[in-house]
Design a protein around this ligand. Structure first.
Ligand code: SF4
Length: 354
């Protein structure tokens, strides 16, 4: 995997692009005007490893609320603006760290120019966020959708460059995974700016996690993507952040928290491995440090995987063999599987603190 080289920008205290880690982003689903609820959700996202948070700014009251929200959280905020460029100006005034504009609905160059000037004065990056569902009228309607998306983005990129503005990030999102991949591949060689990658309107967690993992995962494997967002129809935004981290971890691009190796179970399983794996996963979610834990159902692959992990359990009939750092440490009865495994997890963490 060779990562595409991009310019580096800074959104608040977070670097994006260049040699910065690929950043995890999410978006609140609270009413931005409801400051306590929005702050609560942002803090929850942050706790799960979200590094950039986008907020909808649909009206002036929401733009004003940004100021107080910003005062109460640590993670950089990006104001999401549609239709009314004045809301972008108000958000800048309120102290937003970044802006996302959709050229499909703020197409008047004079209005974009006014926003760019204000952003430039305060070093605030702008994401040109193209969405296949709200493309501006194309100059050539016969172009395939990915080409139309790229053309729309390039028009805005040129406008921003003509204003001597280069704190640019670009996204080209569609629901259709091949369309999204084609659009990003096309633009990746044309511009030096960081790319925010995601599959838009990906659906409920059941299907959205898969669409996002395939789309974002493919692009990241091609070296494309400096920030990612998993978009899910769910009020539990932690799932977006959790999934985004799992995508990065599965490609060995970043490390955060535990990795759980668990077998799919089969006819050899003699204990409820699903229940045990879910319980362990739940408990591990509270750990931020990288640790590999294996929960394996029998002695076929069990000891091998369990030995390879920092901590593992390989079940054999009604007994569990516990491994820590490749060494067998004890054999426990079924009632003690969870407790004994988590004790070893705790020991590994304590050892690493020393
Ligand atoms: Fe089946 Fe054992 Fe493999 Fe689990 S580890 S899937 S129980 S063979």
């Amino acid at each position: 995997m060779t990562r595409r080289k991009s310019n580096q920008i800074r959104i608040g205290n977070v670097t994006v692009g260049g040699d910065a880690p690929i950043r995890v982003q999410s978006m609140t689903c609270t009413d931005t005007r409801d400051v306590p609820a929005t702050v609560r959700q942002i803090k929850e996202l942050e706790e799960y490893g979200c590094e950039l948070v986008r907020l909808a700014v649909p009206d002036a009251e929401a733009a004003r609320a940004l100021k107080e929200i910003k005062r109460q959280v640590n993670v950089p905020l990006i104001a999401d603006i549609h239709f009314d460029y004045r809301l972008a100006l108000m958000s800048i005034e309120a102290g937003t760290h970044g802006l996302r504009l959709n050229p499909g609905n703020i197409s008047d160059p004079d209005k974009v120019t006014a926003v760019v000037k204000a952003a430039k004065e305060r070093n605030i990056p702008i994401r040109i966020g193209i969405n296949a569902g709200s493309l501006p009228k194309p100059a050539d309607p016969s172009l395939p959708i990915p080409k139309q998306m790229v053309a729309a983005a390039m028009e805005q990129v040129k406008l921003l460059e003509s204003l001597d503005f280069d704190l640019i990030k670009v996204s080209l999102k569609a629901f259709d995974v091949p369309t999204t991949i084609e659009a990003y591949r096309d633009i990746a060689d044309r511009i030096p700016y960081p790319l925010h990658v995601g599959i838009t309107e990906a659906g409920t967690p059941r299907t959205g996690i898969i669409r996002s993992s395939v789309g974002i995962g493919t692009l990241l494997y091609l070296g494309i993507g400096d920030t990612i967002r998993v978009s899910l129809t769910s009020t539990d935004r932690r799932q977006e952040v959790f999934t985004a981290w799992e995508i990065l971890k599965s490609l060995n691009l970043r490390e955060r928290g535990p990795v759980l190796v668990s077998c799919p179970t089969c006819g050899r399983t003699e204990v409820d491995i699903t229940k045990l794996a879910n319980r362990v996963e739940e408990a591990l979610m509270k750990i931020a440090k990288p640790i590999k834990v294996a929960v394996m159902g029998c002695i076929v692959n069990g000891p091998g995987e369990a030995k390879d992990a920092d901590v593992g359990i390989a079940l054999s009939r009604k007994q569990g063999i516990i491994f820590r750092k490749g060494e067998k440490v004890k054999t426990v009865e079924e009632k003690d599987f969870f407790r004994a495994l988590m004790e070893e997890v705790e020991k590994v963490q304590q050892e690493e603190k020393k």
